[in-house]
Write a protein of this length. Structure first.
Length: 220
């Protein structure tokens, strides 16, 4: 897998759209705009619906030569032929559905590309020790989707995390076009986004604008 595919890492949130068709149209707009990594993160869906949606996204991402990650569920990722799994710090409660660490996931699914969500310097270092391929670190700025993880970490903490690990760090939480440069100034490998793209009035155009920031900085 080309690591540059992770520079702009888009995480799904169906609740932002009125109906599945609008959601799928939004995903395709992001893909046509240039997104190369998409994480399916819809924790409330029953397995049958998650698999069905995952299959639709696998088809879409394949059409645009993009990578698909499934949040937590290695079993479903394997079933639909996803490229990898994204683990959260709380994973591992049910060993039949999730893996407690990147190390165990690697042992059971050696071909998967593995991301891990982290919210502290210690967890970032642990993810690297466990063999993760990349991490997200959040929340950088204030954002509704990350309220449960406490106050924003800020750019200084992000910079410390980036300096403490050798694997790609994707900053997550409140990242917009007007603060993306300050995030990349910390040395972060890329940005993980939810509302920064999905809430845009023109998803295709906003995606292209984010990617242009990476190109201007010679990161793509």
């Amino acid at each position: 897998m080309n690591l540059n595919d992770l520079r702009l890492y888009l995480i799904t949130d169906r609740s932002l759209f009125a109906g599945r068709n609008k959601f799928l149209n939004a995903v395709e707009n992001a893909l046509t705009g240039g997104v190369k990594a998409l994480q399916l993160r819809e924790k409330e869906l029953p397995d049958s619906e998650l698999i069905e949606l995952g299959q639709k996204l696998r088809s879409l991402t394949s059409n645009y030569d993009a990578r698909l990650f499934i949040n937590s569920r290695a079993d479903i990722a394997e079933k639909i032929g996803a490229d990898g799994v994204h683990l959260t710090e709380a994973d591992g409660v049910d060993p039949t559905k999730t893996c407690p660490s990147a190390k165990e996931l690697r042992r059971n699914f050696p071909d998967f590309f593995i991301g891990v969500s982290t919210h502290s310097l210690e967890k970032a270092q642990q993810a690297e020790t466990d063999g993760a391929d990349f991490i997200t670190f959040s929340p950088i700025f204030d954002t509704p989707s990350k309220k449960a993880y406490g106050s924003p970490q800020g750019l200084d903490t992000l910079k410390k995390v980036v300096a403490s690990v050798s694997l790609p760090v994707l900053a997550l939480g409140g990242i917009k076009l007007d603060n993306a440069d300050s995030v990349l100034d910390t040395g972060a490998f890329g940005a993980a986004l939810i509302t920064g793209i999905w809430n845009s009035s023109n998803i295709n155009e906003t995606t292209q604008s984010f990617l242009e920031i990476f190109r201007r900085r010679h990161l793509l």
